[in-house]
Design a protein around this ligand. Structure first.
Ligand SMILES: [Zn+2]
Length: 70
């Protein structure tokens, strides 16, 4: 009996997003894992940045609409 099965089901971070640790440093937390819902830890505002045509996130997508972390 061989052990060929790797942990395929291991959760992988979406490379499009900054790692949660880095977002936290910017004062932002991600509310859901697969979608895009961000919350400002300063004012509590939530927002979801729009993906660009190529499916990538716009630069500065982590910025709070209230400019808390600009
Ligand atoms: Zn804010």
């Amino acid at each position: 009996m061989r052990q060929t099965v790797q942990s395929e089901t291991a959760e992988r971070e979406d490379p499009r997003y900054l790692p949660p640790v880095q977002l936290a440093r910017l004062g932002v937390s991600r509310l859901n894992r697969c979608g895009i819902l961000l919350q400002c830890m300063t004012c509590g505002t939530t927002w979801s940045p729009k993906l660009r045509m190529d499916g990538t996130l716009p630069p500065g997508y982590w910025q709070c609409p209230n400019k808390c972390n600009w």
